[in-house]
Ligand binder design. Structure first.
Ligand code: V47
Ligand code: SF4
Length: 445
């Protein structure tokens, strides 16, 4: 008998994985196949402004290098890598923002989305030690915690539209436990959509359970998973990976998990951790790889640029400036023409920059991000009401129309552009719960 070679082993694993994927796809209902989540047509507010036809944009650029890019943006011609570098190099922040806002308005009109959601981080114990992460702890560290399923459930309430689960890679938990977290949430809260586990966690589950990625995802979907968050991508650069997160999966494996998820009809998000040692070239290349994957296997809902928080790490003295934040949002909107939404993530940008980001190409501000304690409607002065109001205020200050969505971007409520005007929103959804202190960084795999 001949010994199997490395190549033949890889081939048979690949064949097994492909067989799993075909079987999983066959079992998935028709609506759950890879598809683009870009809006079908233009929303009304893309064509009209204050009831009048929206005037043709007449942009004047301080930086002439942006003019050929603007012509491409207007005609729908795809931007190149070199265009991406021009965007980052340009000192014309207003010109960049105006182009990105125009493109965003074409896609989503004046609407800016948010979700009534809650993040849950079941454990901060992690077998990896990414240099930029202050969240994770080693098993013997007294600051480490691991939640029981009851503790997870106690953080949720039926009014939530989305629970976002992300945590460390626990040294002892079995895959079944992670599945049970999802299953028990689905049982206890059938209406909350579950956005759980990054590609890094999925890859880890496949390794500890000795299952294919397809089987891991299929098991989680059977348990109640609705979509996947975009964390763990960091920067798709081997140079940065070797320096900051050498033990974590790289670009190929991250993209492969999302490729498989999309083919199975599971919508996912994507991220970029920026503002540390990466270059503009690396940011552009990262975005182009996401664009390529979306072309090949559509299924992304959103891209979330994650502004690096320096914390206790000694990587750089300060995180990205507001100018870098806004350039990254705008470049993302312009380069990734097939990405449905760009998020202006207030937790990491701060509320003010996040609000400005809604005029730089972002169409989403993420959500309320609750604490575990549930406030009662009787507590009218509670942080919950304030948080909901604050999100609406941030969107309104940006001159956009607040639209409440669920995890899959189905519209839940529309709010008037001015607080004093009547709208369709009942406001009852957001009247319970408490909000995480602004600026708190919730991280994970
Ligand atoms: O994967 C870790 C990052 C991510 C730091 O999909 C840090 O809707 C900045 O991915 N500074 C978790 N970032 C958060 C995340 C996310 C957040 C909001 C929405 C969605 C979504 C996803 O946070 C981790 C890692 O990439 N991270 N440490 C830090 N010091
Ligand atoms: Fe672990 Fe994620 Fe932190 Fe890396 S970023 S150490 S994988 S929790």
């Amino acid at each position: 008998m001949t010994e199997p070679t490395q190549d033949s082993l890889w081939q048979s694993t690949k064949e097994l994985a492909e067989a799993d994927l075909t079987a999983a796809a066959a079992r998935a209902p028709e609506r759950n196949r890879a598809r683009s989540h870009l809006p079908d047509g233009q929303p009304e507010s893309a064509a009209f402004l204050n009831g009048q036809p929206r005037p043709e944009p007449d942009l004047r650029f301080r930086d002439p290098a942006l003019e050929p890019i603007w012509r491409k943006v207007q005609t729908g011609e795809r931007l190149t890598r070199s265009d991406g570098l021009t965007l980052f190099a340009s000192p014309d922040l207003n010109g960049l923002g105006a182009m990105a806002d125009w493109r965003k308005t074409q896609l989503h009109g004046d609407q800016a989305y948010f979700v009534f959601n809650r993040q849950v981080n079941p454990t901060n114990l992690c077998v990896l030690d990414c240099k930029f992460c202050d969240y994770a702890h080693h098993p013997l560290d007294p600051k480490g915690y691991a939640m029981s399923i009851d503790q997870v459930l106690a953080k949720l309430s039926p009014e939530l539209r989305e629970v976002h689960i992300v945590g460390g890679l626990h040294h002892q938990w079995r895959f079944d436990y992670y599945v049970d977290v999802v299953r028990q949430i689905r049982r206890a809260f059938p209406t909350i959509q579950i956005k759980a586990y990054t590609a890094v966690e999925i890859d880890f589950f496949a390794k500890i359970a000795k299952l294919s990625i397809e089987r891991v995802l299929e098991t989680l979907v059977e348990a109640g998973l609705d979509s996947m968050p975009g964390g763990g991508a960091e920067v798709f650069s081997e140079r940065v990976r070797a320096e900051l997160f050498p033990k974590k999966i790289g670009a190929e494996a991250w993209l492969n998990v999302h490729r498989i998820a999309h083919r199975m009809g599971i919508p996912t998000n994507s991220t970029l951790l920026y503002g540390h040692i990466e270059t503009h070239e690396e940011r552009v290349d990262h975005m182009l790889l996401l664009r390529e994957l979306e072309d090949e296997a559509p299924g992304f809902l959103a891209f979330i640029p994650l502004a690096f928080q320096t914390g206790y790490s000694d990587i750089v003295k300060r995180g990205p400036s507001a100018v870098e934040d806004l350039k990254t949002i705008a470049a993302a909107r312009l380069l990734m023409d097939n990405m449905p939404h760009i998020k202006s993530y207030w937790v990491m940008l701060g509320e003010d920059t996040a609000s400005v980001g809604l005029n730089f190409g972002a169409s989403d501000i993420d959500g309320t991000i609750f604490e575990e304690k549930i406030a009662h409607a009787a507590l009218a002065e509670s942080p919950v009401g304030l948080a909901r109001e604050r999100i609406l205020q941030m969107i309104r200050e940006a001159g956009k129309i607040p639209v409440e969505r669920d995890a899959l971007y189905n519209i839940v409520d529309r709010y008037p552009i001015r607080a004093s005007e009547p709208g369709t929103a009942t406001g009852d959804i957001a009247s319970t719960g408490q909000v995480t202190a602004p600026g708190q960084v919730v991280a994970g795999a």
